[in-house]
Design a protein around this ligand. Structure first.
Ligand SMILES: [Fe+2]
Ligand SMILES: [Fe+2]
Length: 221
């Protein structure tokens, strides 16, 4: 299938491919990404495309995902299945949409684990996936923290909103004793090293908490 690159056509393709709830999540992630892109001076079309497409492979079964990952040479044993959908989508989407911008593909590939040297678009897609308004969480503490993130998005710097998002994700995984991908730990270290010195006084609490969580996560390596 070679599809035309317009957000409208892509949303139809996504609708056909995903469950109703996942389609709704993708639409709202795209809308949230568009708002964030406007606030932070990032290309809005790229934000919408990446938001729409970020969960392209999320409804594949585990067997289908593993097969697809192997087909594209992704090392399956090192990846929990929940992370594979981002990697397989990033490798296969340019075949479906050859004119999809490279930066959109990269943002899709980084939306689950994040990575060092995140672009502003990468950060927007990572955060939009977490804060889009239909996304439900079970842990009441996490719900409250995501609500704070929604309020921070726009008024506070993109770097601090992303840092806070990644910190919450890592802290949540630590709490549940779940697997943390090493690249997420590298991403946390990188964003703190890159932006830590330029954070203003209001951001110091988030910076210090993120450093603490990073230390705990590194202890697992
Ligand atoms: Fe995802
Ligand atoms: Fe998602």
């Amino acid at each position: 299938m070679l599809a035309e690159l317009s957000p409208f056509n892509i949303s139809l393709d996504v609708k056909r491919r995903l469950s109703k709830a996942r389609y709704q999540h993708s639409l709202l992630a795209a809308q949230t990404a568009e708002q964030m892109a406007k606030s932070y001076g990032v290309d809005t079309k790229n934000a919408v495309l990446a938001g729409l497409l970020h969960d392209w492979d999320k409804d594949l079964s585990v067997d289908e995902l593993v097969l697809k990952a192997r087909m594209y040479g992704i090392e399956v044993p090192l990846q929990p299945e929940s992370l594979l959908h981002a990697l397989t989508a990033a490798i296969s989407l340019p075949e479906v949409y050859p004119s999809l911008p490279g930066e959109v593909v990269i943002a899709i590939g980084r939306h689950t684990t994040a990575a060092p040297q995140m672009s502003r678009l990468d950060m927007i897609i990572y955060v939009s996936d977490i804060i889009e308004p239909s996304r439900k969480y079970h842990d009441p503490g996490f719900v409250e923290q995501v609500e704070e993130l929604r309020i921070m998005s726009g008024p506070r710097s993109l770097e601090i909103v992303f840092t806070r998002s990644l910190c919450l994700t890592l802290a949540h995984l630590l709490d549940k004793q779940s697997y943390i991908h090493p690249v997420s730990i590298e991403a946390m270290a990188d964003v703190l090293d890159s932006f830590g010195s330029s954070m203003d006084l209001a951001d110091r609490g988030i910076y210090q908490q993120s450093r603490h969580v990073l230390g705990l996560a590194r202890g697992l390596l």
